[in-house]
Structure formats: structure tokens, C-alpha cells
Design a protein around this ligand. Structure first.
Ligand code: NAD
Length: 508
């Protein structure tokens, strides 16, 4: 590697292709054992830490502080103390701060990407894509911050005037997952700061160092102390989550993660009736109609299914192919999957990395075995790859899928494509909509009427028509049903961090 441009948060040149673990506690390498609270690097009061492992090599990366309830309360207090002055900054002032943070992310994007690959495992090309995507949220919301408008409303009562103001909701608790260690956090912090809120973000236990790298850049960007606080926990996660969801000081919780944890947090947050937004799990249908452009559909399915080795919430989870083109699609699709190169994320030419941990591997393996037992045919892959390490699984294609398989009803979150054959539009819409979640849905067709009809019929928050890639800082991201509520990105994203205050002037 090149010498790092952010030596205090990343690694200089020690973690080369050889997977040599850098010397721990060397301040020139990672920010270990500290989190970022009130503008300072602090340890957990208990002194406890937890270990973070490289999913490719299984080796220890470093240790991060194990925050508990008291540590989290201190971070919330810091955010509360910073709120009155931050909320009265002009939109333009907040915009400049976010823009500066964005510029630093771009300047250091190579190091951020290395860090993402290190703790998440995704190949460097994907990690660079994530670093750019993550930075986009700061850029987009820096432009949105000065453009927060209220309304002037014609009153029904003579002599009255009604106006509305958009006000920041207050201190926000943010909880994010490991699958996008940078982008899930910036997607929340960008709009929160643009609106004038202050935040306490709980970083994912598997990938805390990327979050801390962002904190270091926030510091260098001059974000005022207490505005952004990043805490970490592994064993104490539930305790930290409980404080964030029940503290009367925290006015909003934004969570990205599994539906099960979302339900728990919603219950906890009911004690103080917080504003909430939840980006939860998906089970995305991906439908290819007979009239689709086959090559575009195959390319879309490859991207949508196998990006980050299938570990994104909007990954195609159920692929439906109409009977007229089913066999040809399967052949082309499986041939592309065969070309993948699986390995460590830093290795040149590797297209797909490991899964995050052994629990993920075991779930994927169980889904494949279940599909086989119920009549599915594994035509590509299907096995663990111990020769590469304990977290690797072969990119897998299974045909003959049926709705009773676990792969059909649960989010697999791994590199397994299950293909169903279907005959009619009505039939496939019915099966696609049978899921209790509804995050993203994709379909491929060149029939204009069908495109309109199916886009409207799918019970999801986001639809990709003739594309497998839908994420964009400028577009509203979010789901329906048990995929949650609230939107991230776009003008809808900032609204999640605001309240609308109505003022009536009488006797005018
Ligand atoms: P998870 O729900 O286990 O964890 C997500 C985050 O919540 C982590 O930071 C974790 O430490 C924290 N957490 C876990 N238990 C908690 C508790 N009791 N209190 C407070 N925080 C707690 O999910 P995961 O397995 O890490 O991530 C994968 C899931 O996230 C998938 O279901 C995926 O679909 C979903 N996801 C959704 C989106 C989206 O935008 N809809 C994006 C990415 C991932």
C-alpha cells in the first residue's frame, strides 16, 4: 500500500497483501480502544474493550472500547449540550461544515476503502464504491442544509396568518449495521446535521474502525464538539441500545438493521414516544419477463444478487424467470457466476469477498441444504470454501425454487441465487407480494404497459425497472411492511430529522 494519508485513523503501510496484523496500540495505526465523545477520544469508563476480526483472514484487527449505559449517557449529554448552539447556526454554516467533511472523505477515500475492506471483507473495488457513495450523503445534504423551507398557509380564520418552520428534532440516536460500515452512518449523519440535530451513533460491533475514521475526519473538518459522538459496543450492545431508545433527552432514533431488532427498539422507544425511522431487512423479488432484454437482465441480476457477496438489504433474494426464457437465462446467469473470483478483498482481481462471520456462513449453508432437500437443484457452487478461510462460501445458483424453501421466505444475506420459474404476471406478482417485508423489488420488461402495471403492483418501497442498482443519495431509500418506515437520502431524508412548527398570527 501507499503511505496512508490519514495515519492516525488508518494504517500506514503495515497491513500489506500479506495480511500482517499491524502492531496494536500504535497510535500511528488504528484508533484502538477509544471512541469519539464531545470532541475527544475516550475510553470506556470500565476500561473494557472488545476484539474486531478481519473476516478474510480471521486475524485480530484491533480492539475497540466496550461502552456501557453510563458511557452512552455521557455521550447523550454531550450531544444535548451541543444542540442549542448547533441548531441556531444558519443552514449555510452547517452546509460548509458538511462540505468540509465531504472534501476530507474524498481526499482520504483510498484509506477509507482499505479500512472498509479490512473489517468488512468486501473487495477493494466495492469498498471504493462505498467510500464514494458514503461521501455523497455529506455532499448532497450540505447542499440541502441552506434550502430548508417552511410554508405560508392561507388561514381559514379572517385576520389570521399561518406559517410553518422546520425545526431540528434534537439529539438523535443512530444505530447502523456492518454491511456498509461508512455509508449507513453518513446516510444518517448527513441529514441530521443538515437539519441542525446533534447525534450519538452506535457503530457496528463488527466494523467500528470505519466509523471512528469518519469521526477523525469530522474532527478535522471542525464539526463542533458534541455535535457528532461515535460510541462502540459489542457485548453491551443491547444496553447501549436501551439507553438510546429510552433516554428522554434523545428525541429521535434512526436504526438500520434486522427486522427483529427493529421491533425490539420500537417497543423500547414507545416509553418516550420518540420519532423513529427504521430501515430493516428485505426479501427482494427480482422478476425477468419473457419480453426483457436478456443480457441486461442477466447483468442486473448479477449486480443485484451478488454485490457484497449478497450482503446488502436490497439484494435480490428471490429471482423469478418467466418460462419462455428461463433456460436461456439460467445458462447465461450461471456462466457469469462461474467467472467470479472469490478471495481476500485486497487481492488483485478478486470480485467477491468473504461473509462477515461464521453465523452468516452457517445460515447460507442451511438455506442451500434446505433448498436441496426440498427439490432445488444446485447448478453452481453450493459449498463452503475452507481452503480460503472459514468465512468463504461459493457463489451459488439453485434452480427449481419453491415457496416452501427457507431461501424463499427469509433473507439469506449471502451469495446464493435461488431461481423460480413462473408462467403469468398475475402469478408472479402474487408470490412476490406474499413476503411480510417490502424493501426493494426489481423487474425487467420492455412492454410499456407492463412496466407501469408491475411497478405499481409491487408492495415495496423501491422499484428498479431494467436495472439492478437503485441506491442514490438524491433518491428516497426505504421500505414498506416489516422493512420499516421512514426514508433516507433526498429531501425526504432530511424531513426525518425535523419537526414542523406551525405559528398562527392573529388580529392581522
Ligand atoms: P442487526 O439488527 O443484528 O444489527 C444492526 C445494528 O443494530 C448493529 O449495530 C447491532 O450492533 C445493533 N443491535 C443489535 N441488537 C441491538 C439491540 N438490542 N439494541 C440496539 N442495537 C442493537 O443486523 P445485522 O445482522 O448486523 O445487519 C444485517 C441486517 O440489516 C439485515 O437484515 C439487513 O437487511 C439489514 N439492513 C437494512 C438496510 C436498509 O436500509 N433497510 C441496510 C443495511 C442492512
Amino acid at each position: 500500500f501507499q503511505a496512508s494519508t490519514i495515519p492516525n485513523l488508518c494504517f500506514r503501510n503495515t497491513y500489506a497483501m500479506s495480511h500482517t496484523v499491524p502492531k496494536l496500540n500504535d497510535p500511528s495505526l488504528l484508533k484502538t480502544n477509544v471512541a469519539y465523545v464531545n470532541g475527544s477520544w475516550v475510553k470506556a469508563a470500565s476500561g473494557k474493550t472488545f476484539e474486531v476480526f478481519d473476516p478474510s483472514s480471521g486475524k485480530l484487527i484491533g480492539t475497540a472500547p466496550e461502552f456501557d449505559a453510563a458511557d452512552t449517557k455521557a455521550a447523550i449529554d454531550a450531544a444535548a449540550a451541543a444542540f442549542p448552539s448547533f441548531k441556531t447556526k444558519t443552514g449555510r454554516e452547517r452546509s460548509k461544515l458538511l462540505r468540509k467533511w465531504y472534501d476530507l472523505m474524498v481526499e482520504n477515500s483510498e484509506d477509507i476503502a482499505k479500512l472498509i475492506t479490512w473489517e468488512n471483507g468486501k473487495p477493494m473495488a466495492d469498498a471504493k464504491g462505498e467510500a464514494a457513495y458514503a461521501a455523497n450523503f455529506f455532499e448532497w445534504f450540505s447542499e440541502e442544509a441552506p434550502r430548508v423551507y417552511g410554508d405560508t398557509i392561507p388561514a381559514s380564520i379572517p385576520g389570521n396568518r399561518v406559517v410553518t418552520y422546520k425545526e431540528p428534532v434534537g439529539v438523535c440516536g443512530l444505530i447502523t449495521p456492518w454491511n456498509f460500515p461508512a455509508a449507513m452512518i453518513t446516510r444518517k449523519i448527513g441529514p441530521a446535521l443538515a437539519a441542525g440535530c446533534t447525534v450519538v451513533a452506535k457503530s457496528p460491533g463488527e466494523t467500528p474502525f470505519t466509523s471512528l475514521a469518519l469521526a477523525e475526519l469530522a474532527h478535522r473538518a471542525g464539526i463542533p464538539k458534541g455535535v457528532v459522538n461515535i460510541v462502540s459496543a459489542l457485548k453491551n450492545t443491547a444496553e447501549v441500545g436501551e439507553v438510546l431508545t429510552t433516554s428522554p433527552i434523545v428525541k429521535k432514533v434512526s436504526f438500520t438493521g434486522s427486522t427483529g431488532v427493529g421491533k425490539l427498539l420500537m417497543k423500547q422507544a414507545s416509553s418516550t414516544l420518540k420519532k423513529l425511522s427504521f430501515e430493516l431487512g428485505g426479501n427482494s423479488p427480482f422478476i425477468v419477463f419473457d419480453d426483457a432484454d436478456l443480457d441486461i437482465a442477466v447483468a442486473g441480476a448479477i449486480t443485484s444478487k451478488f454485490r457484497s457477496s449478497g450482503q446488502t438489504c436490497v439484494c435480490a433474494n428471490r429471482i423469478f424467470v418467466q418460462e419462455g426464457i428461463h433456460d436461456e437465462f439460467v445458462e447465461k446467469f450461471a456462466a457469469k457466476v462461474k467467472e467470479f473470483k472469490v478471495g481476500g478483498g485486497y487481492t488483485e482481481g478478486v470480485t467477491h469477498g468473504p461473509l462477515i462471520h461464521d453465523r452468516a456462513i452457517n445460515k447460507v449453508d442451511a438455506h442451500v441444504r434446505d433448498a436441496e432437500k426440498k427439490g432445488g437443484k444446485v447448478i453452481q457452487g453450493g459449498q463452503k470454501m475452507p481452503e480460503l478461510g472459514s468465512n468463504f462460501f461459493q457463489p451459488t445458483v439453485i434452480t427449481g425454487m419453491t415457496t416452501d424453501m427457507a431461501l424463499a421466505s427469509e433473507e439469506t444475506f449471502g451469495p446464493v441465487a435461488g431461481l423460480f420459474k413462473f408462467s403469468t404476471e398475475e402469478e408472479v406478482i402474487k408470490i412476490a407480494n406474499a413476503a411480510d417485508v417490502g424493501l426493494a423489488g426489481y423487474f425487467f420488461s420492455r412492454d410499456l404497459q407492463r412496466v407501469q402495471r408491475v411497478a405499481e403492483a409491487l408492495e415495496v418501497g423501491m422499484v428498479g425497472v431494467n436495472t439492478g442498482l437503485i441506491s442514490d443519495a438524491a433518491a428516497p431509500f426505504g421500505g414498506v411492511k416489516e422493512s420499516g418506515f421512514g426514508r433516507e437520502g433526498s429531501k425526504y431524508g432530511i424531513a426525518e430529522y425535523q419537526t414542523t412548527k406551525m405559528i398562527t398570527y392573529g388580529g392581522m
